[in-house]
Structures are given as structure tokens and as C-alpha cells.
Ligand binder design. Structure first.
Ligand code: IPM
Ligand code: MG
Length: 408
């Protein structure tokens, strides 16, 4: 059981990563083997690290946890949740944004569900004491280089989009963002005083060939399972790192003859996303362009409160989080949209644990709650029922349950 569970997960990651990134001998999941051996017969057990973080993070995580637990238990899955502080919450508690204990709980888990990080209170902190750095270091230390950010316009929410119905309807894309390289991590970086006595700030956009190749492979594999179209976004007309990016992605295309590859400069991509978003199927891009374009794509879908994400590496646990921030302006008021986090829990089941049936239960329940007209403020349109974070969670939970009764 333990071995089979392990290889299931690895198979799942390898399916996505594919090619040369495979590491079948990796033993980093050994803690799971020990835990699985003690599992009750017929049940699969998983350790989930919950990192609620700041702002609306705790609210959306508590709702998503219940949904995850319920959908899992209907598929014979048992979860052992371990909640750990991160970001501003951890700064307040122990003085660092990513405590050792949090990192090691995350590393030893089977998957991590994270809420959001940051808030006004810490906005003027020095860089090493900024909550956001916890997320950057967590991604780096978990080696989750592949960030999958799906953006689809649900028929129920077409009118919540800021774009015209005919432009937004039917949009269904996947942004594959490189997550552990580029200007976020490149050296040299810093703020210093130059020879004229003036302060200068600088960062470095840096990509090694292997970093480009491995994210490109994830993207080709992803496109292959979707509509077979991959658009690589760069700034190769100006940036050297992008010239190499384009060269490597182009070279790999011959291994994926079934995928139609195109290239686009990032400024044009930002425009095309608004002009005709339906032209995109899978997009692959670097860390910073992916950060920006995924926020832009989220608005096409109606709200950034709807978009989940999965961050995966070759081995070890995946990190699953909504792409929205901590929204300190509405924190603690039960106004947040929990659906992005609930859908991140579905991605956790699908991509992190290989439990597609349980994932489908969550996705169906979200659609069901929307079909019944429940809407948080960010996706509200007249004629629907305005609910808060908790009530939306309860409605999704009811839908998870009612679908069982309907199918039994
Ligand atoms: C995201 C966020 C983060 C990022 C911040 C909070 C560090 O914007 O996940 O998109 O820039 O990656
Ligand atoms: Mg962002």
C-alpha cells in the first residue's frame, strides 16, 4: 500500500514533468512510507500541512479544509492536518516569516495548502522581514519550479467578467509559470550607493538552460493534454535571458510534434489577453511575466477570488494556493471568496495526491453552489444570492454531500 501510494504520486508528477526530469530513485517521500504503513486498512492516509498565513488566509483555509476533508472521506481518504504559521502571522509569533518548524512540517507533508501572505502591518518592514519572503523561500526550498495557474470563464460567471460576454465566454487557458528562478532569485541584487553617491537598486533576470528546459517540458506536456497549443511568452527583442528562453523552448518543440508552438512578446501578450483571450490554450512564461499575466487573466474570469494554483517539483510535496493575496481590507469580515482556495484543494487532490475522483467531487460541488446562485461580493451580479465566506463554504459542503446522496 505504502509503495503503491508513493509511486502513484511520483507517477503523477512525472506525467506532468516528463522527460529528463524523472527521478525514480528519489527517497524524499520516506516519511510518507512510515505513515502509510500505519494506516487503517482500506483507507489511504495523507499528511496535509495547512499554512493559513495572513489577512483572509485563515478564513479561506478553514472553509477549504472542511471541503477537502469531506470530499476525501467520501473517497476513502483520511487526512491528518498540521496547521503552521507563516508570513506576518509567523513574524508576530516568532520573529521570522518562515520558521524552521513550518518549513520542516511542509517538507514532511504529502501536500501543502496555503492561504495568503502579507498585510499593511508589515508593509514597511525591511526586505528580510517581509511576510512575502516566506512564500519565495518556501517555493525555493520545496523546489516547486512549475506553477500551474488555470484561468477559465465559468458559464455561471460570464457576467462577472469585466470583458464583454462575447470576448469572455469560453475562455479556458492554463498559465505555466516558472516559479523558482528568474529575476525573483537572480544575483547580483540589492540596493547600494554608486560612485556618484547615488542609491541604485538592481536585480538580475537569470535563467540556466536546464531551468528553461524543465518548465518548457511541463508546458508541452500540459498543452498535449489540453488543446495542443502552447504559446511561450518572453521579451526576446530586448532581454538576453529571453533570447535563451526562446531558443531552448524552440529546440524542444521537435520532441512534441503534436503541440503547436508559438512565441509572443510579453507586451503583446498582455494586450492579446484582453483583445481575444480565447486564442490562448497553454501559456508558458518566466517567473515575473507569469506573476503579472496570471493576475490579468484572473480578471477575465470574473474575479481573482476564483483562481487556484498548483506548484510542483520533480519530487516531494506540492504547494497549493489561491493566486489572490491576503486582502487585508476585507480580512476578518467574512466577505472573502473561498472558492479559489477550495479549488486549490481540488488541485491538491488531483496533482498532489493523484486522487482525481475526490478532486472532481470538489469541482462539481463548486459548480453546483454557483448554479444555485450563491455568490460572494466579488462575483455578485443582480438576481443571485449574496453570501459571505462561511456560507459559501457551507453551500459547497452541502453540494459535496448531496451529490453523494444523488449518486448512491
Ligand atoms: C503570487 C504573488 C507572490 C508572487 C507574492 C505574494 C510574493 O503575487 O503568488 O502571484 O509574486 O509570486
Ligand atoms: Mg502575483
Amino acid at each position: 500500500m505504502a509503495a503503491c501510494l508513493q509511486s502513484n504520486i511520483r507517477l503523477n508528477l512525472n506525467n506532468i514533468v516528463g522527460g529528463k526530469c524523472r527521478s525514480l530513485t528519489d527517497q524524499s517521500r520516506t516519511p510518507c512510507r512510515i505513515r502509510c504503513a500505519a494506516a487503517s486498512p482500506g483507507k489511504k492516509r495523507f499528511n496535509i500541512a495547512l499554512l493559513p498565513g495572513d489577512g483572509i488566509g485563515p478564513e479561506v483555509i478553514s472553509v477549504a479544509k472542511n471541503v477537502l476533508q469531506q470530499a476525501g472521506s467520501l473517497e476513502g481518504l483520511e487526512f491528518n492536518f498540521q496547521e503552521m504559521p507563516i508570513g506576518g502571522a509567523a513574524l508576530d509569533l516568532v520573529g521570522v516569516a518562515l520558521p524552521e518548524e513550518t518549513l520542516s512540517a511542509a517538507k514532511q507533508s504529502d501536500a501543502i495548502l496555503l492561504g495568503a501572505i502579507g498585510g499593511y502591518k508589515w508593509d514597511n518592514n525591511e526586505k528580510h522581514l517581509r511576510p512575502e519572503m516566506a512564500l519565495i523561500y518556501l517555493r525555493r526550498d520545496l523546489k516547486v519550479f512549475a506553477n500551474l495557474r488555470p484561468a477559465s470563464v465559468l458559464p455561471q460567471l460570464v457576467d462577472a467578467s469585466t470583458l464583454k460576454r462575447e470576448v469572455a465566454e469560453g475562455v479556458d487557458m492554463m498559465i505555466v509559470r516558472e516559479l523558482t528562478g528568474g529575476i525573483y532569485f537572480g544575483e547580483p541584487r540589492g540596493i547600494k550607493t554608486n560612485e556618484n553617491g547615488e542609491e541604485v537598486g538592481f536585480n538580475t533576470e537569470f535563467y540556466a538552460a536546464h531551468e528553461i528546459d524543465r518548465i518548457a517540458r511541463v508546458a508541452f506536456e500540459t498543452a498535449r493534454k489540453r488543446r495542443g497549443k502552447l504559446c511561450s511568452v518572453d521579451k526576446a527583442n530586448v532581454l538576453d535571458a529571453s533570447v535563451l528562453w526562446r531558443r531552448r523552448v524552440t529546440a524542444l518543440a521537435s520532441e512534441y510534434p503534436d503541440v503547436e508552438l508559438s512565441h509572443m512578446y510579453v507586451d503583446n501578450a498582455a494586450m492579446q489577453l484582453i483583445r481575444d483571450p480565447k486564442q490562448f490554450d497553454t501559456i508558458v512564461t518566466n517567473n515575473i511575466f507569469g506573476d503579472i499575466l496570471s493576475d490579468e487573466a484572473s480578471m477575465i474570469t470574473g474575479s481573482i477570488g476564483m483562481l487556484p494554483s498548483a506548484s510542483l517539483g520533480v519530487s516531494g510535496p506540492g504547494l497549493f494556493e489561491p493566486i489572490h493575496g491576503s486582502a487585508p481590507d476585507i480580512a476578518g469580515q467574512d466577505k472573502a471568496n473561498p472558492l479559489a482556495t477550495i479549488l486549490s484543494a481540488a488541485m491538491l487532490l488531483k496533482y498532489g495526491l493523484g486522487e482525481e475522483k475526490a478532486a472532481k467531487r470538489i469541482e462539481d460541488a463548486v459548480l453546483d453552489a454557483l448554479n444555485k446562485g450563491f455568490r460572494t461580493g466579488d462575483i455578485y451580479s443582480p438576481g443571485n444570492k449574496l453570501v459571505g465566506c462561511k456560507e459559501m463554504g457551507e453551500e459547497v459542503l452541502k453540494s459535496v454531500d448531496s451529490r453523494v446522496t444523488a449518486t448512491v
